[in-house]
Design a protein around this ligand. Sequence first.
Ligand code: B12
Ligand code: SF4
Length: 226
Amino acid sequence: MEPLELVAHLRAEASAAGLDLVQPFSIVRWHQVRRPEEPWLGQPAHLAVVFGNHRRLWTVLGQQQRLAPVDPIDHWVTTRLEAALRGTPVVERHWAHAAPPPPLLRMAFASGLLSPSPIGLGVHSRHGLWTAVRAVVSFSVAWSEPAARPTPSPCEGCAAPCAAAAAPLPPPRRREDLRAAWPDWVQVRAACPVGVAWRYSDAQLRYHYAGEGAPGATGSGEADLL
Ligand code: B12
Ligand code: SF4
C-alpha cells in the first residue's frame, strides 16, 4: 500500500469508528523531543499516526447495541483500530489505556495535532480542550513533511481563563479526586474560548468525569473515566 493510500485507509476506518482525529507525522518529530526511556516508534523518516476523537465518538457509541461491559470505550477503540491495521506494516502500537501509560499527549504535541495548554491537557486549534487521544501507531513506511508545526497554538496571546478556573482547585492525582469535584473540572475545560461548540454532551461528561451512565444503545456497563 502506498503511504497516502495507507493514511486514507486509516482515516476512513477510524472515522467510521468515531475517531475523527487522525494525524500522520514523521517519526523524526518525535525523536526530536523523545526522552531516553520513552518509546522509539521507528525509523526517523517513517510514518506514525495519532488517533483521537472529539464529541462525535459518543454519538457513534450511542448507535451500538453491544459494547464491552467493562471499559467499553477502550475495547471499542482497540477492536476497531486493530481491524483497520490488519495487513498494514505496523512497527509499534501504543494505546492510551495501556499500563504503564505511554506518553501519548507528548506524541500528540510532536505530531502537531494538539498543543500544550497551561492546564496540562492538549488543546486543538478547532476543538479546543474537547478531545481525547486514543492511540499512536507507527509503520515501516516512508513519510516526510516539514519539521514546523502546521498550525500555531491557540494559547498564543490568550489570557488563559482555563488556568484562572483551575487555580483554586487542588491538582487531581487520582480519579477519585476528580469525581469529588468534577463539575469544577468541567468548568476548567469549558473556560477555553476555543471549541465551545465542541463541548461534550452532558451524558458524555457525566460518564467521563463521574463514571455515571454508559455509552451505547443498551446503556449499561462500567466506566472508563478517560
Ligand atoms: C494518569 C492519567 C490521568 C491522571 C493524572 C495523574 C497525575 N497527574 O499524576 C488523572 C486520573 C488525575 C487524570 C485526569 C484527567 N485526564 Co488524564 N490521563 C492519564 C493517562 C492515562 C496517563 C498519563 C501518563 O501518566 N502518561 C505517562 C507520562 C510519562 O507522560 P506525561 O505526558 O508526563 O503524563 C503526565 C500528564 O499526562 C499528567 N496528566 C494526565 N492527565 C492530566 C490532566 C491534566 C489537566 C494535567 C495537568 C495533567 C495530566 O499525568 C501524567 C503523569 O504526571 C493519560 C493517557 C496517556 N496514556 O497519555 C490520560 C490523559 C492525559 N488524560 C486525559 C483527560 C481528558 C483527563 C481528564 C479530563 C479526564 C476526566 N474526564 O476527568 C482529567 C483532567 C482533569 C483536569 N485537570 O481537568 C486525556 C487528555 C486529552 C487531551 N486532549 O489533552 C488523556 C490523553 C487520555 C485520553 N484518552 O485522551 N488523567
Ligand atoms: S483558555 Fe486560552 S490558554 Fe487555555 S487552553 Fe484555551 S486557548 Fe489555551
